[in-house]
Design a protein around this ligand. Structure first.
Ligand code: GLA
Length: 720
């Protein structure tokens, strides 16, 4: 027997969306509202009644729309051609099917009066604990309608002691982690850049259900908006109610939907973890490598980028010499950064030449072919920097195509970097062809280019397009991104093997909207290893190490002026995709010897770092004087452990660091990966210790992290 209330729920059809460890439950009955009931630990069909009975169900509209019953946050608002501002969506049908990469549930809804159709999609990615959701709206009317609000997702959350973890930033301080208790009112994470969207807040967050965020305990929902344009994520907390909505930022972006046209919102991807923030991160990393990063399962080369070594002073001799020196250290790829192009206006600083993607003959008389020949001679690969969405008022491109630039008719151009940087209008197919051509021409002429760093150092400044019709100027933020993605898709279809890095004045393009077209991202223009520990901690919450460009740079550091031992700088960079960004010829012989050994050690641990499961052990944000993390293979037969001394006082307490993710019953041999002096490893080197001791009791690092900015990197291998 069941109560009237639960019986009425049970009459609705329940649709269970499962991943290995999570379930999402939607109830939908034709002619009624679709309802979001449950998102949490995995349940079976037979447990559905149990979640209703335990009071865990929300019975909230799965996609609330504006107009009737209007108070409160809504996911969508439109105005019909006759001026009516309401929607009233009822379920038409539900389809569940398997696609190549996931199990898909589509809830088709239809307005009761207007010919307006909305499909809400949920996709459980196979073999991962990620479910993504988005909506597709189609206008079946004879006249256009206007979309004023169009969230991808609207998720109810159990109200309790809810905390939010998010990642805020600024240039050279991207992905800094913030944690706060959510109280009544709204907390908004948004972006209005138009071109890049992670220099400030990242469109990713975690929300706990049961108190202060913990690394390996607690119930946490993690979500990210897979979009590279402007966005709006609202935590709407009202006493007993808590909803999260996430989608593109509608401000200045109302969208006219023509008859027969379909508008698709970006994916919002989420996971639910009962093992704290660590569980959220590992789920996202696996999903990223399997589905969302271009070539996510391929190991990445150790590279030297020329930027901090020579800045704009690129020339044949310096490039040749950098390649020679880096090859001697064991490096695998050389990337020539900004400064290599422009003839009428050679690129000597940030104020000219973007768009003139011809090699500067004066600086590089041997051309790109000469550089590739030199790379070949040193047995390393060659890569190059481009910023193809941009131009400068001082450039041949702008002289030829002034109409290709974003601008507001009748008003002077706003300019960015160097006082001259301007943005190309990627809504225009001709401009899309040009941007595609930047890559295509380089690759056609020099098929041996192995890597491209695709940069963007400007926001969308002037909100106007000479291509978009007058009544569709408000589409610019959205259509720019669509144009960019279309262009990247074309590039990827033709050049699947080319390794591409997404960069935007450092870490401005670390999002799952663009990462499907890139192999990796540049984390930040700040290469100070101490600050990197914080930033990489933040970025590791949602993005995997294989994609996280992490470079050893000069002493003293060019951004902060800090001096850090080379070992510390390597130990930090080796926890991501290792690279260098300095002038190798300026290194002492001792430093070169150290770098050689560290690079060779990284080659040995590369698969563990780039494809292993991350366990964050001691957070730098907890101010314990030490930060520590490790990567473990899924088989738990190998791991890499890092610990960094973050502050330094005499007689300071250094607490024991407990490892995680190993097998308690296995024995492990520890190897010092980066002894400061050859033949003088730290005291753990060669020791064999059980997984149980390493995880339950830990390592006492007090004798190892003794000096200021000391650090340790250990390889941990199962002894069979
Ligand atoms: C941006 C990038 C840097 C470098 C410069 C070149 O700032 O983030 O790494 O490529 O541009 O101008």
């Amino acid at each position: 027997m069941c109560s009237i209330l639960s019986c009425s729920f049970l009459q609705a059809k329940d649709y269970l969306i499962n991943t290995p460890h999570t379930s999402l439950l939607i109830s939908a009955t034709p002619g009624e509202k679709a309802r979001f009931q449950y998102y949490g630990s995995r349940i079976s069909e037979s447990e559905i009644s149990g979640v209703y009975d335990s009071g865990l169900t929300f019975n909230a509209e799965s996609y609330p729309v504006f107009g009737l019953n209007s108070p409160g946050e809504k996911a969508m608002a439109v105005t019909h051609a006759d001026g009516n501002m309401s929607l009233d969506l009822m379920v038409k049908e539900v389809k569940q099917y398997e696609s190549v990469d996931g199990n898909v549930t589509e809830v088709w809804m239809q307005d009761k009066v207007y010919p307006f159709e909305l499909k809400q999609v949920f996709k459980a990615y196979k073999g991962t604990d990620i479910i993504s959701t988005w909506v597709e709206v189609s206008n079946q009317a004879k006249k256009p309608i206007t979309l004023y609000r169009f969230a991808s997702a609207f998720i109810p959350i159990q109200r309790g002691d809810n905390w939010m973890t998010h990642f805020h930033g600024a240039w050279a301080a991207e992905h800094t982690m913030d944690e706060e208790k959510l109280t009544n009112g709204q907390k908004v994470i948004s972006n209005k850049d138009g071109l890049v969207n992670t220099e400030t807040d990242n469109p990713s967050f975690m929300v706990t259900l049961d108190g202060k965020p913990q690394e390996e305990a607690g119930h946490v929902l993690g979500g990210t908006l897979a979009w590279s344009g402007t966005y709006l994520i609202k935590m709407d907390v009202r006493n007993t109610q808590f909803n999260i909505s996430a989608g593109m930022n509608e401000e200045n972006s109302y969208y006219t939907l023509e008859p027969e046209e379909t508008f698709i919102t970006p994916e919002f991807a989420m996971t639910y973890s009962t093992s704290g923030k660590g569980g959220v991160s590992r789920a996202f990393h696996r999903w990223a490598r399997q589905y969302k990063l271009h070539g996510g399962n391929e190991p990445h080369d150790i590279l030297l980028n020329s930027w901090e070594g020579v800045y704009f002073k690129v020339n044949q001799e310096k490039m040749d010499q950098m390649m020679e020196d880096f090859a001697a250290l064991g490096g695998e790829l050389f990337v020539m950064d900004d400064g290599w192009f422009g003839n009428k206006y050679p690129r000597n600083n940030g104020s000219s030449s973007l768009g003139d993607w011809e090699v500067c003959k004066e600086k590089l008389p041997g051309g790109i072919e000469g550089l590739i020949a030199s790379a070949k001679e040193h047995r390393i690969k060659f890569g190059i920097w481009i910023e193809p969405e941009m131009s400068n008022t001082k450039s041949e491109l702008y002289e030829k195509h002034p109409d290709w630039v974003l601008q507001v008719e009748g008003r002077p151009l706003s300019t960015g970097r160097g006082g001259t940087q301007i943005v190309l209008d990627l809504t225009n197919p001709e401009v899309q062809d040009f941007v595609f051509g930047v890559v295509d021409k380089l690759m056609t002429r020099y098929p041996d280019i192995a890597y491209m760093k695709w940069d963007d150092n400007c926001a969308l400044l002037d909100y106007g397009s000479t291509y978009l019709p007058k009544d569709k100027q408000s589409h610019l933020y959205i259509d720019y991104q669509k144009g960019l993605i279309k262009t990247l898709k074309r590039i990827r279809a033709k050049y699947p093997k080319l390794v591409m890095q997404a960069c935007a004045g450092g870490g401005g393009r670390v999002n799952y909207g663009l990462l499907p077209y890139f192999n990796e991202f540049w984390t930040s223009d700040d290469t100070d290893a101490l600050q990197r520990v914080y930033m990489q901690w933040g970025v590791s919450s949602f993005y995997p190490a294989v994609a996280m460009g992490s470079h050893v740079s000069a002493d003293k550091n060019h951004q902060t002026g800090r001096r850090l031992p080379l070992k510390f700088r390597f130990d930090v960079a080796m926890s991501g995709r290792l690279g260098m960004e300095m002038q190798p010829k300026d290194m002492t012989e001792t430093d070169k010897e150290f770098a050689k050994r560290a690079i060779s050690a990284y080659k040995g641990i590369r698969p563990v770092v780039q494809f292993g499961d991350l366990y964050r052990l001691v957070s730098p944000y907890d101010n314990k004087g030490v930060a520590s993390l490790m990567y473990v293979t899924p088989e738990k037969d190998e791991a890499v452990f890092y610990a960094y001394k973050m502050s330094h006082f005499m007689n300071m307490i250094i607490s024991v660091v407990r490892m995680n993710g190993l097998d308690a019953d296995k024995m492990y041999r520890l190897t010092d990966l980066t002894p400061e002096e050859e033949g003088k490893p730290c005291k753990f080197h060669g020791k064999v210790i059980s997984g149980r001791i390493l995880m339950e009791e830990g390592l006492s690092l007090k004798d190892v992290l003794k000096k200021e900015y000391s650090s340790v990197a250990l390889r941990i291998e199962e002894v069979k």
